[in-house]
Design a protein around this ligand. Structure first.
Ligand SMILES: NC(=O)c1ccc[n+]([C@@H]2O[C@H](COP(=O)([O-])OP(=O)(O)OC[C@H]3O[C@@H](n4cnc5c(N)ncnc54)[C@H](O)[C@@H]3O)[C@@H](O)[C@H]2O)c1
Length: 375
């Protein structure tokens, strides 16, 4: 069903327009035309090319765009130096110049890879994000942070590079598997935990999830993030609160090597952050329970640390977290809805490693009565 085009700004330090709608592909050539590129590269993966890339490429060529297609590997495991080098070299071999335009058609991992390649090529060429997952439509593209993983951890090498525009056609995300789409809602729940006043604030988002109206859900998730970016367009100050649950979550995602989706790992990370805050006497039992209710019960994403990940290995992996500073590893911890510990500082709290290990050990042992109902 074709929808009207909604246009709004990302409101970041380098803002760009976000075009959102459903089955809006026919309007893309006219939006790209003013960019006057000598060459246009559509970068996507083989499965996504077969699914929607071929039709898109045909439409863009018919409109006169000098389009070439570059196929890359996709997903978390391909967000690495090898893929970055291959893509960079393929762009150069394909004749890219400072006046070229690179289109990234894919999920958050592919968008991050292409965004970083575009940032590095000739010290920056123009790129367009065309997200194909709910996570990319509503979260990764709303950030100018581009990164790849290193041998020892997630998002270790990166840069800030803004797309010239985001083309959010939710029709592309229709083929996303249910489990993956569900994981795409987690960051929205997190956004409400860090800005909301009570669990009732999450009802519109959960209603949008239940409605199966993908456009409405997408807009609801976007609207949960934009105010946080508006307060810190640089993404270097207060927007750090977006990383709530990510110190645990990124390490879990890294250790699972693709077995869990990004949102699933973050779902577990959010519950662990709440438990850690509770063990420090900060978050109430009720607030912790609300994490499990929202993520485990209402949304159905995992909330328990996988048994294969030992607390010590998780802690070692977290020590390489990209937020770590000379002060060591800090945790973003909530006391209650929208209330961080250490709000006037960098919002991060130093916690003794032994306490972290103790909390993690309790949570990987047989379920406590509170956890039994929370999966
Ligand atoms: N820069 C940021 O601020 C930011 C924010 C959030 C997430 N991220 C990154 O985004 C990544 C997660 O993104 P994701 O959740 O989109 O997953 P993903 O990009 O890893 O994609 C997962 C899988 O879904 C497939 N896929 C993509 N679109 C599809 C479709 N329409 N139909 C069927 N399959 C499809 C992909 O080919 C891939 O195999 C992580 O690497 C995460 O670090 C970055």
């Amino acid at each position: 069903m074709t929808s009207d085009l909604q246009i709004f700004s990302t409101e970041l330090a380098e803002p760009c327009p976000y075009y959102l709608g459903e089955e809006i592909e026919a309007q893309l050539p006219a939006v790209l035309a003013p960019f006057e590129c000598d060459r246009c590269f559509l970068v996507t993966s083989r499965p996504l090319y077969e699914r929607m890339g071929r039709g898109l490429a045909q439409r863009l060529r018919q409109a006169g765009l000098p389009l070439r297609v570059i196929l890359v590997g996709d997903g978390e495991r391909e967000k690495n130096w090898r893929s970055l080098r291959r893509l960079g070299e393929a762009l150069v071999a394909g004749g890219a110049t400072k006046d070229s335009l690179v289109l990234a058609l894919g999920g958050g991992a592919l968008g991050n890879l292409v965004g970083l390649a575009a940032a590095l090529l000739y010290r920056g060429v123009r790129f367009v994000e065309i997200p194909t997952t709910l996570m990319a439509l509503t979260d990764s593209t709303l950030s100018n942070k581009q990164a790849i993983n290193g041998r020892r951890g997630k998002n270790l090498f990166g840069s800030y590079h803004a797309p010239v525009l985001i083309w959010g056609d939710v029709a592309y995300a229709r083929s996303e598997p249910e489990r993956q789409r569900r994981a795409g809602v987690v960051e929205g729940i997190k956004n409400l935990l860090i800005t909301g006043e009570s669990i009732t604030d999450t009802q519109p988002l959960l209603d949008a999830w239940q409605s199966r109206d993908l456009l409405r859900l997408t807009r609801c998730l976007i609207d949960s993030k934009l105010p946080i970016l508006r307060a810190d367009p640089s993404e270097r100050a207060s927007a750090i609160i977006l990383e709530y649950g990510h110190t645990f979550g990124h390490a879990i995602e890294w250790l699972c090597q693709g077995a869990l989706f990004h949102g699933e790992a973050i779902s577990i990370g959010l519950c662990l952050a709440a438990e850690l805050s509770n063990s420090l006497g900060c978050a109430s039992d009720e607030f912790v329970r609300e994490h499990y209710e929202l993520l485990g019960d209402a949304l159905g994403t995992p909330t328990r640390l996988p048994a294969e990940i030992t607390p010590r290995v998780l802690l070692e992996t977290m020590q390489r977290d990209n937020k770590r500073s000379r002060k060591g590893l800090g945790y973003l911890l909530l006391v209650d809805w929208g209330q961080f510990l250490n709000p006037s500082g960098d919002r991060q709290t130093k916690v003794d490693d032994e306490l972290v290990l103790k909390v993690l050990s309790q949570l990987t042992s047989p379920p406590s009565p509170r956890l039994k109902s929370a999966r």
